[in-house]
Write a protein that binds this ligand. Structure first.
Ligand SMILES: [Zn+2]
Length: 426
């Protein structure tokens, strides 16, 4: 039976009926003329399903914070049809066995493509390279490798990993944090960290690693991806590298597009994240870089933590915040409403480019006949107040509690099957 997204506006353009059958878009028919199961989408905006390059699903090991199933639910409700599950689980995803386990859990949940990220080094230890080839050739077909949470700081190891992943068109996604410059770091280093008496995380600790890595990527001719870029200086380094033809891509998180370090004055650990919230100047530079394409993608860095890991004093609290269910609204508030990104450009940054970076061939398709029907339908005129208890994630650590944000995900189709209808799991 065909499904019909009736009267929907692809990329905000003229209304049509998008007809979906057997998992693909079979027709873009005049509005009101498509036949099949009608999904009312009158006046809503259709985009290709979002692809997240950076998601912590916590399984195996921290199922009290999130599971592949609960994280998949949060993803579908956020309009995602694909997430990349970070490797810092317990056990670490550093073998074919663990990545296949995560991949299978994703298949069983069946709500989004769960693409496991493989660790670069054994146990994220930063000393010995993990079995990258075995993970690439496993059923999980890993293409993205990252020690996220930790930086691959050893230059020789980083070089070897970059060289190695070329064999299967992989990419190393670096968590850029020079460890010695950030020992015990608690927040952005600056005037405010001095005043609050919290150890600083200086911008140079991120920028120095990115500068080294783009030069390494150029030297060996390998693809490098920079995780969660957070400073204006990092943007400048990436812009310089791209102008020189270095095969580097980069992502920014929703929270680094909207929140600033001033929130730390509350000492509320809900705002504790790594890399830390930065200054308003950094936020402006990140928005500009996402708009001009220097930064390729929005990636959530969705980092669920149970109550006890966040409800404690600042220094003891875990780093990270939820992101899947609020990413679209933050992107709308920071990029679409101010006119920095069109709907088509937003689709590029949240679907097309991240799919390409992760080499996910079934995702990030334009909304055309023959494309795999991974589709999100959003209501740009809606707004909502964020309530942590209303989120599908197993954790509650959203920094947006009580904030009113624009936009709402109404329907999500994953490979032609509705996973979300009218804002609820189908
Ligand atoms: Zn990270």
């Amino acid at each position: 039976m065909a499904q019909v997204l009736r009267g929907v506006r692809p990329y905000g353009e003229e209304p049509v009926d998008i007809v979906v059958a057997d998992g693909v878009i079979t027709e873009l028919a005049p509005a009101g003329s498509g036949t099949g199961d009608i999904i009312d989408s009158d006046g809503l905006v259709a985009l290709p399903g979002f692809v997240d390059l950076h998601t912590h699903l916590r399984e195996p090991g921290r199922e009290d914070a999130e599971t592949v199933l609960t994280g998949s639910r949060a993803a579908a409700l956020g309009g995602f049809t694909c997430v990349h599950a970070m490797a810092n689980t317990n056990p670490v995803a550093d073998t074919a066995g663990v990545v296949e386990q995560v991949w299978r859990l994703g298949q069983v949940a069946g709500l989004v493509d769960v693409r496991p990220v493989g660790a670069v080094t054994v146990g994220l230890g930063g000393e010995r390279m993990a079995e990258l080839g075995a993970m690439a050739h496993s059923a999980a077909e890993v293409r993205v490798f990252s020690d996220d949470g930790k930086c691959v700081h050893d230059a020789v190891l980083m070089r070897r990993a970059l060289e190695y992943v070329k064999a299967f068109d992989g990419v190393v996604a670096q968590h850029a944090q020079e460890p010695r410059l950030t020992e015990n770091a608690q927040m952005n280093e600056g005037e405010l960290s001095g005043r609050l008496g919290l150890a600083g995380w200086p911008a140079v600790a991120e920028e120095a690693i990115i500068a080294r890595d783009v030069l390494l990527a150029q030297h060996v001719g390998s693809r490098l991806h920079v995780c969660h870029v957070s400073t204006a200086g990092s943007v400048e380094v990436i812009r310089w590298a791209k102008a020189r033809g270095v095969p580097v891509t980069a992502e920014v998180t929703p929270h680094h597009l909207i929140l600033t370090e001033d929130l730390v004055t509350s000492y509320d650990p809900i705002f504790k994240v790594n890399p830390p919230l930065r200054t308003a100047e950094d936020v402006a530079a990140l928005r500009e870089a996402l708009a001009d394409g220097t930064i390729d993608a929005i990636a959530t860095d969705h980092a669920p933590h149970p109550h006890e890991d966040k409800d404690c004093e600042w220094a003891a609290a875990a780093m990270g915040m939820l992101g899947l269910e609020t990413a679209f609204s933050v992107a709308m508030a920071t990029m679409v409403e101010p006119g920095l990104l069109s709907w088509r450009a937003l689709a590029d940054r949240m679907s097309v480019r991240p799919a390409r970076i992760g080499r996910v061939t079934t995702q990030g398709h334009d909304l055309v006949v023959g494309a795999v029907a991974n589709i999100v339908v959003v209501d740009p005129s809606a707004s909502r107040t964020i309530t942590p208890t209303a989120l599908a994630s197993k954790s509650r650590n959203t920094p947006y509690e009580g904030m009113e944000l624009p936009g709402r995900v109404v329907h999500t189709l994953f490979a032609g099957t509705p996973t979300v209808l009218d804002g609820s799991l189908a």
